[in-house]
Structure formats: C-alpha cells, structure tokens
Design a protein around this ligand. Sequence first.
Ligand SMILES: Nc1ncnc2c1ncn2[C@@H]1O[C@H](COP(=O)(O)OP(=O)(O)OP(=O)(O)O)[C@@H](O)[C@H]1O
Ligand SMILES: [Mg+2]
Length: 354
Amino acid sequence: MSHAIIDLEHIDITFHQKKRVIEAVRDVSVTINKGDIYGIVGYSGAGKSTLVRVINLLQVPTKGKITINGDVTFDNGQVQLSSAQLRQKRQKIGMIFQHFNLMAQKTAYENVAFALRHSKLSKEDKAKKVSELLELVGLSDRADNYPAQLSGGQKQRVAIARALANDPEILISDESTSALDPRTTKQILALLQDLNQKLGLTVVMITHEMQIVKDICNRVAVMQNGVLIEEGSVLEIFSKPQAALTQEFIKTATGIDEAMLKIAQQDVVINLAKGSLLVQLNYAGTSTDEPILNDIYKRFQVTANILYGNIEILDHTPVGEMVVILSGTLDNLSAAQDAITKAGIELTILKRGV
Ligand SMILES: Nc1ncnc2c1ncn2[C@@H]1O[C@H](COP(=O)(O)OP(=O)(O)OP(=O)(O)O)[C@@H](O)[C@H]1O
Ligand SMILES: [Mg+2]
C-alpha cells in the first residue's frame, strides 16, 4: 500500500508588497505518495518554486495544512513544530537546483562533506559516507576536483550527492536539468530514477518540460497562475489531458506536431480521396493498433494506410498514437469507427476526403 509522504491541503501563499498583493499559490491540494516521482509542471511564474519552499519548510503558507511523513508542519498560517524539529525535518528533504549551488572554493568531496557538518557521525564514518555518496553518483574519481573543473552534469552529480548526505526521504529537484544539454539531462534523469528505485527515495520534479515528466514521473500536477489545474497519473494525463494548457505541454513532448506538419504535406493527404478519412488514433494499455486495423479490414473491408505511428512506455504501460487514412464505403467506414471506439481507442477525425 502506498502512503502519503507529502500532503498539502488547500494551500494559499500570498505575498504583500507595497501596493500589490501577489497570490502566488491558490488553494492547492496535492498528495504525494512514498516512492513517487512526482512532476509539477508549469510555465514561469506559475508558483512552482513557491510551493516547493513550503514543502521544504522554508516558507510558512498563508493558509492550509501541510503534513510531511505523518507530522503536521504547518496549519492555517502557523508552524506546528519547534525550530529543532523543523531543522530535523528539513534535513530529511534534499534539494537540487538549476545552477547546482556548489561552493566554488571547495572540492567535490568537501562540498558533500559540508552537508554532514552537523551530523553526529564520527570523523571516519563521515569520510566513509562522503566516499559512498560520490560512488553512488558515479563521481569517485573526481573527489578532489573543484566545481570549475567539472562539467555541468558532474556538478549536478555532486549536488545530488550533497542532497543525499543526511539520508533524506524526499528529494526535490527544482529545474535541476534546465542548464544541461539533452544527453546529460537523460543521464541525470536516469540517476534520479535509479536512486528512487534503489533507495525508495520520493522525488518531486519541478519542471517546465513535459518530456522530463514523460521520461521518469509516475504522477504529475499542472500549475497555472498559482492554481493546480490538473493532476493525475502520467498515463491518464498523457492519454486524456483535459485542460488546454496540459494539452499544449503534452504536444511539445510527443512530437506529433512535427509529424503532423510532414503528414499534411503528403500528396495522399492533400488530395485525400473522396470517402476517405484522415484520423488520429490514441490508445493506452492493452488495446494495440494492429489487431483492430486487421479486424476492421476483415469485418468491413475498410483499409488503413498508416502514415505515422509511435508507441511509448509510460509508467510501464504502452501508449500509442497513430495517424492513418481509413478508406471504404460510407456505411462501412462508420461501422469501422464504432468498432475502433468500442475497442477503447480514441479516434479523432483530422480530415475528410471530398
Ligand atoms: N518572496 C516573494 N515576494 C513577492 N512575490 C514573490 C515572492 N516569491 C515569489 N513571488 C511571486 O510569486 C509568483 C510565483 O513565483 P515562483 O517563483 O513560484 O514561480 P515558478 O513557477 O517557480 O517560476 P519559474 O519557472 O520561473 O521558476 C511570481 O509572480 C513571483 O513573482
Ligand atoms: Mg521556479
């Protein structure tokens, strides 16, 4: 059974400036379960980092209740723990950032060791721990290098080792791959996924890139102007996005937009035969493309010309997307559409041949 490790109930965060009131977060409720890799997606200014600061116990929300691993930390604008308890709780939450935030005058080893300065471990155990952490992030051979001698990806590995020094239960990543190239991003994401599995670490991924969510998250929340507009499993959100903003984010991550441009330029599409339909098929889970397309041919003599196809595994489930031209008699085409829909495949008509 999964249990909530981070529970936010009706969180409001309001900033008062001289003449303005900024409602950075409005009535946000989210439950993150232990072991989740939970994505929080939104454009700049959506309130993501502000929300992270309350999860990380650095900011008291104006309203709402926060429970971290069974302990209420804030309730209705009030801190519920002593400062010692807060400090202790905060140690169990690791943070990594876009710009790494390493100390330039300290080596990789010293940067990680610094996080253990208040630890009760013996000197020997601390040294052992730092070496183990550097090993864990694949950076043992760079222990004596200064940040300036390390690549962006290596710097982020040091930051991850540092974030894990006090054995946190939660790791929060605020745009931790935004300054990295795509290949390095994939490597860092693979490391986070590995840590999630090996250590049972709960990861909160703040990002403006849906591709990152698609690659490693199991759940996602979409934020816009301080409001949480959509939340669900990555599978649900990618196969049936509701809000317009969610749909926009997903398009950038699936590549179908690019494919559609190429498809639209093909002769068979420009001169779509009378009675033919250009359709998009989306499916998730067990229903697969081929049998249903064979099926509609056998049952209704409707042919399917596949112009584009893509299958991805999201959170262990195949999710497919196809663009096909269906051709047949009017009645048979309509029967075939019904059969496709009945098989649990979402069908969108993109163009009708006239
Ligand atoms: N301390 C503060 N005082 C006043 N306003 C603030 C403060 N912190 C954040 N804000 C405002 O709250 C809103 C949300 O900011 P936040 O940094 O949470 O956005 P974000 O989603 O993290 O954006 P980005 O993707 O650019 O990092 C913004 O309008 C910001 O100006
Ligand atoms: Mg931010």
